[in-house]
Design a protein around this ligand. Structure first.
Ligand code: ADP
Ligand code: ADP
Length: 228
């Protein structure tokens, strides 16, 4: 599904955040991306949804070259990728329902399908009873559930999450991780950068460790492997 070949990313300030990355990820995998701060995890992830372009090398998503793709083609590709952030990035003036529906409206989903899809997805993340609430009326965990619902309402083949539990307490983090696990069980590829040692060591999946812009470890059912 995803293949990176000899990928380098050098930012304009001279920092090399990807330093020769080769990796293949199959449809349906769940992959944790671990490593110290500044290792290049976010850069790795951002290149997969073309938030950043590689300086050299190729990144293909289902055979499509993400690096050389024209900017006007990016929105079309992004339809197949859900993205979840540490800080949720919800629209503050829209309620829960509208935040999720918005993801379908921008891709011009027929109006008749929107309500059903939004409600089914909010049901999956356990938030059906809070459709009318606004982001500032929700806990962090609830906001992250909305953000996950928004990322999957379009049934993408790939969900990318950058530290999705970074702002959440341990109990809430487990609840959020269980949702990602459920999404993966339904066949969606999940790629997640995380510092959550407990979770990585308990809900076992493939672990890719990045240090200094290089993959230094890649193990099926791996361990977190760092002290914090
Ligand atoms: P991580 O997610 O593992 O903390 P990042 O990919 O965010 O790592 O960062 C890797 C390196 O690239 C760091 O040295 C960081 O300061 C640098 N970096 C990240 N984004 C940018 C940017 N937009 N411009 C310049 N340097 C950046
Ligand atoms: P029910 O199954 O309870 O009859 P629905 O499944 O149609 O109702 O909707 C569930 C909740 O979502 C209700 O509170 C409904 O008012 C609310 N809702 C539906 N559409 C919207 C919308 N566009 N904006 C805000 N809330 C909505």
């Amino acid at each position: 599904m995803i293949e990176m070949k000899n990928v380098y990313k050098k930012y304009r300030n001279g920092v090399t955040a990807a330093n020769g990355i080769d990796v293949k990820i199959k449809q349906g995998e769940f992959v944790y991306i671990v490593g110290p701060s500044g290792a290049g995890k976010s850069t790795f992830i951002k290149m997969m949804y073309r938030e950043e372009k590689p300086t050299s090398g190729t990144i293909t998503l289902n055979g499509i070259d993400m690096g050389s793709m024209k900017n006007n083609k990016v929105p079309h590709i992004r339809r197949n990728i859900g993205v979840v952030f540490q800080d949720f990035k919800l629209l503050p003036k829209l309620n829960v329902y509208e935040n999720v529906a918005f993801a379908l409206e921008v891709i011009e989903e027929p109006q008749k399908n929107i309500k059903q899809k939004v409600m089914d997805t909010l049901d999956l993340v356990g938030l059906k009873h809070k459709v009318r609430m606004f982001p500032d009326e929700l806990s962090g965990g609830e906001q992250q559930r909305v953000s996950i619902a928004r990322s999957i309402v379009n049934q993408p083949k790939l969900v990318i999450a950058d530290e999705p539990t970074g702002n959440l307490d341990p109990d809430t983090s487990w609840e959020i991780m269980n949702i990602f696990d459920e999404i993966n069980t339904r066949g969606t590829t999940v790629l997640m950068a995380t510092h959550n040692k407990e979770i990585v060591n308990t809900i076992k999946h493939r672990v890719i460790a990045i240090e200094g812009g290089r993959i230094v470890r890649d193990e099926q059912r791996g361990d977190y492997g760092y002290e914090i």
